[in-house]
Each structure stands twice: as C-alpha cells, then as structure tokens.
Design a protein around this ligand. Structure first.
Ligand code: GLN
Length: 456
C-alpha cells in the first residue's frame, strides 16, 4: 500500500487517480495485516486497488467524473466495493473515467483526461488510455495499484484494457451487482476486474461477483472458483472466428494479431471454425439508440435537488430555470448529446421507428450468438479494438461517430449480455499493446478465463 501511495504521488501527470484516500488505505491495510496474522485471510486481503469513480463509496467523493455530482459523498457503499472491503481489499482512491461512462477516450471527464503510460516508439504524443475505464487501465498499467474495478456498458473495460496492455473481463450481465454503481444504461452495465493478468482477473472476479437481493437483475446462481479453473487445458474446445468481424479497411496489424491468436489456440489443441453472426453490422447503431435511451431516463434524477451541483439562480427565476441551468452547467457535451438522442428516440412519434426497432435488432444479435453456441462453439475470438491507442485530441468532437466506431467489436457482447474478456496479445509496429477479445457462453466466465489463459 505504501509503495502504491508513493507511486501515485509520482504519477500525477497521468491523472489516473482523481480522489485519493491515503488515510483510509492505511487503515484498511493495517486491518488486513492483522487479519493475515490470524491466518484467515481471503485472496484479496491487503491488495491495494483503485476504484472507478462510478462506484459509490461511503463518505468518499463519487462523481462519475461529472460536474453535476460535485461534492457528492454517498451515504452508502456499492455492493461490489462492500464485497471487496469485506474480503480485505484496500482502496487507494477513485479513478478517472469518461463522464457517466460515456466515451472511449477519457476525454469527456470533468477532471480532464487520463494519459496512457505507453508511447509510440520515440514519439512523445500523449495517447488515450481508452475509455470509459481509462483511469483504471492506466493505473494498473503504470503499477499505481495491483488491480482496479471497471464497468463496461459497450466496451469500457475491454477497450481500455487493450489500449494499455492489461487484462479486463466484462462478466455475464447479472454476475456482479449493479447496486450502488451510478447507472448509465441499466440493461447493459456490468462491473468487472481490470488486472495485470488472467489469474488476477479470476481472483478479483470471485471477490466482486455473486447474488445481491438489492439488484433485481443480479443472478442467483452458484459462483465457481474461477482461479481453480485456470488449467491452461483447452484441448477439444471449439473456437469460432466470426466472418462479420473482418471489417473492411481493418489494419494489417489487427488482422495479423487475430491470425496469431487463432494459431496459439489451435496449437493448444482447440478446434478453430469459421462462424457467422449475421446481424453484427446492426450492433453499433442499435447500441447507440438503446444506450442513450436508457441514459436519458437514468440521468433525469440529476435535477439540482437530490445530488451534487445546483446552479445559482437570479432574482425571479423559478424551479424550471433551476433544472435547466443546473443540467446545462453540470453535464458535459457528450452527456448532453446522449440525453438529447435518448429523449428523441423515446419520444411518442419516434419510439417505434428507433427504440423499438433497436430492441428487435438486439434480440436478433442475441440469437446469432445462441445459434453458434448451440452448434457447439465454446468461445469466439475477435480483435478487441479496431486499432491501437490513438492520440489525445485526435478524434474530432465535431464527428462523434468516429469515436463510436471504436466500440464496433465490443458492443455486441453487451447487447447479448455475454461475458467477454480482452487479453494483451501483441504489439503494433510502434510498440503499442494490442488486445484480443474472447466471448463466452453465459455464466461460463471460468471457461472463458481459462481460454484467455491459453493466449497469455
Ligand atoms: N464507448 C461506449 C460509449 O461511449 C461504451 C462506454 C461504456 O462501456 N461505458 O457508450
């Protein structure tokens, strides 16, 4: 814990930790030491971690990287962090992210972006760590903590993991409780581990997940020991390669990475088959209707009354002015864009044309996966991202679709509720890390992590 706390002090330029909690960390570390001495300490006991700012942590600023939550210190602890603290984990502080988890580059954060610890060759250009869990990814990659929590609505664990050379898993929807995690798109949001390797992800996932009566979508299912399932034996497993993920204009390096991943799994004894997920091309448009729709509804609660920031009113202004001014001041551009898109697609005149159609597409995407799993496919291998980390400021705000295209390989997994993991699997020509994604059957995170282990 002390080593991490001083590493964090020395790494201010990365802007990964946005609220530091050294006193709490020392207290927790001492309690963990005492527990370890009794010989009865779980695997997470004494492990110094960073927590994404989206998690509510009791008495500690939890702002979802938004101005609108300025000054908000929850009275309650999220279920995931409660479980982690019960297991003896130590919290070093809260980690930077895109505002309300909306973004793929960390540039929508009210604290300013996190910087990726990696550089392109000798080029000094500051790169994005990805988003929205970019602070978590950078902190783990730069050794500021041993592990971090992330959340993933459309790729926010897997894309930053790929951009920083770490491992991140989005569990099956319902595996981790969403209670106490600031909601973005409730039918897509999942918490998950971001760690240095697959084994750490297995250990951390065990500590984070499990049934929670406070979240009606949390699954009441047994949780296996994920670490014990890491045998490295994948002989006889069938790995599907979906032809629709071979996008036009895909960089050669990504193509080569994918081929190498396939060969590694084949060498380990897996059977590789070509598969088709025919509705893949509709995933991104469906996601960018469903996610903003749910967000616009979830974000209605930030009204200047219940949480955080409230605008100052002039003489004669009333409650409507207060709502309008508070939301105009408190929400950044991307969040405002999502609220507007979401409100539009849910409006009476356009509901059927957009929101309902997107929901139907979502069902078809889910069915694509069910069909290939029914044919005996155990896991699906794809690239995690269409490129390596890009430069900060490189994606133009004027063209948000350019940014949205980053999520092309990851959003299908959220729409279908499946587990997906990103593992570091190579480098591009400039020495930047690249990730491969494995998608698994629902509730089979253990098998999925074991397949990922074979890629390590
Ligand atoms: N980049 C995607 C978005 O902006 C995904 C974000 C996430 O998974 N939280 O919506």
């Amino acid at each position: 814990t002390e080593a991490c706390l001083s590493a964090i002090e020395g790494a201010g330029a990365l802007n990964a930790f946005v609220h530091k909690t050294p006193e709490l960390a020392r207290e927790q570390a001492q309690a963990a030491d005492a527990r370890i001495k009794t010989g009865d300490a779980p695997a997470m006991c004494g492990i110094p971690m960073g927590i994404k700012d989206l998690f509510c942590t009791r008495g500690v600023a939890s702002q979802a990287a938004s101005r609108i939550l300025e000054g908000f210190k929850p009275e309650y602890e999220s279920t995931v962090t409660t479980q982690l603290f019960d297991a003896g984990a130590v919290m070093l502080g809260k980690l930077n992210m895109d505002e309300f988890a909306m973004g793929s580059s960390n540039e929508t954060s009210c604290y300013g972006n996190t910087v990726n610890p990696w550089r392109r060759g000798n080029d000094d250009t500051a790169l994005t760590p990805g988003g929205s869990s970019g602070g978590s990814a950078a902190a783990v990659a730069a050794d500021l903590c041993l592990a971090a929590t992330g959340t993933d609505t459309g790729g926010s664990i897997r894309q930053p993991a790929a951009f920083t050379g770490i491992t991140g898993i989005k569990p099956t929807y319902g595996r981790c409780s969403r209670w106490g995690i600031v909601a973005f798109a409730s039918s897509l949001d999942q918490a998950g581990p971001m760690t240095k390797d697959v084994r750490d992800s297995a250990i951390l996932l065990n500590a984070m997940c499990g049934h929670d009566p406070k979240d009606s979508t949390s699954a009441d299912l047994p949780v296996p020991d994920f670490e014990a399932m890491l045998t490295g034996d994948i002989k006889g497993k069938t790995i599907g390669i979906p032809r629709e993920y071979r996008m036009e204009g895909m960089p050669e390096e990504i193509e080569a990475l994918w081929t190498r991943g396939r060969e590694m799994l084949a060498d380990a004894g897996a059977k590789i088959v070509d598969i088709s997920l025919p509705h893949t091309k509709y995933a991104l448009p469906a996601y960018y209707v469903i996610a903003p729709a749910e967000a616009s509804s979830n974000l209605a609660r930030y009204d200047g009354v219940r949480y955080g920031h409230r605008a100052t009113l002039s003489q004669g202004e009333g409650i409507n002015d207060m709502y309008e001014k508070t939301r105009a001041e408190g929400f950044g551009h991307e969040v405002q864009r999502r609220v507007m898109v979401g409100t539009y697609v849910l409006s009476a005149g356009f509901y059927d044309a957009y929101y309902n159609r997107a929901r139907k597409v979502r069902t078809l995407i889910k069915k694509d996966f069910e069909d290939v799993f029914a044919q005996g496919v155990d896991a699906i291998l794809t690239p995690a991202t269409p490129s390596a980390a890009f430069g900060l400021g490189e994606m133009k705000e004027a063209d948000p679709v350019q940014m949205y295209l980053n999520d092309v390989f990851t959003v299908t997994v959220n729409l279908a509720g499946l587990p997906g993991v990103s593992v570091p699997a190579g480098m591009d020509k400039q020495g930047l890390p690249l990730g491969l994604q494995l998608i698994g059957r629902p509730w089979e995170e253990g098998d999925l992590l074991n397949t990922a282990y074979a890629l390590e």
